[in-house]
Ligand binder design. Structure first.
Ligand SMILES: [Zn+2]
Length: 146
C-alpha cells in the first residue's frame, strides 16, 4: 500500500505547514507526481480525501499534477522527456525515444512534491489581514521504498 503511506506523508506535511502558518483551514493543495513515482495518483487523491476527515484539511481541494519523466541518454546524448503515460507501474521500462537504448539516466520524474497549499488564516491571530489566503511552500515527499 504505497499509496496509503504516500497520502499519509503528504497530509502530515500539509497540516504541519498549514499550522505553522496559523491556518484554520486548508483550502487547496497542489501535489506534483512524477510519472516515475510509481503510484496511482487517483488512489492517493482518494485516500487524501478520506484521511483528511476531521483535520483542518477536511474538504480541501487536492489537485494532482503529473510531472513528465526527463532523461539523459547514455548512448546518443538525447536530453529531454519521455512519455510515461503508459508505463507499467510495477516494472517500468524506460527507453531513449531516439535510439531505443535502456542505457539512460533519469533526471526528473521520480518525486512527489507538495507544490502549493492555500490556507485560510485565523483572523484573530492576524489582525491586519482578515481571512487571508496564502500560498506557502514546496515540499518534497520522500518515498519510503521497500
Ligand atoms: Zn539515445
Amino acid at each position: 500500500m504505497h499509496e496509503m503511506a504516500m497520502a499519509d506523508s503528504i497530509l502530515k506535511s500539509v497540516i504541519e505547514n498549514a499550522k505553522n502558518n496559523d491556518a484554520i483551514k486548508v483550502l487547496d493543495v497542489v501535489v506534483e507526481f512524477g510519472q516515475l513515482a510509481l503510484l496511482n495518483p487517483e488512489q492517493v487523491k482518494f485516500m487524501l480525501d478520506v484521511l483528511s476527515e476531521d483535520t483542518i484539511a477536511e474538504g480541501a481541494n487536492f489537485v494532482i499534477e503529473s510531472i513528465p519523466i526527463e532523461i539523459k541518454c547514455g548512448e546518443c546524448d538525447y536530453l529531454g522527456t519521455v512519455d510515461g503515460e503508459n508505463l507499467d507501474h510495477y516494472a517500468p521500462i524506460i527507453q531513449c525515444p531516439k535510439c531505443d537504448t535502456r542505457h539512460i539516466e533519469v533526471l526528473n520524474g521520480k518525486d512527489v512534491i507538495v507544490k502549493k497549499i492555500t490556507i485560510d488564516k485565523d483572523p484573530v491571530n492576524d489582525k491586519n489581514i482578515e481571512n487571508d489566503k496564502i500560498d506557502c511552500y514546496k515540499d518534497k515527499i520522500k518515498k519510503d521504498d521497500d
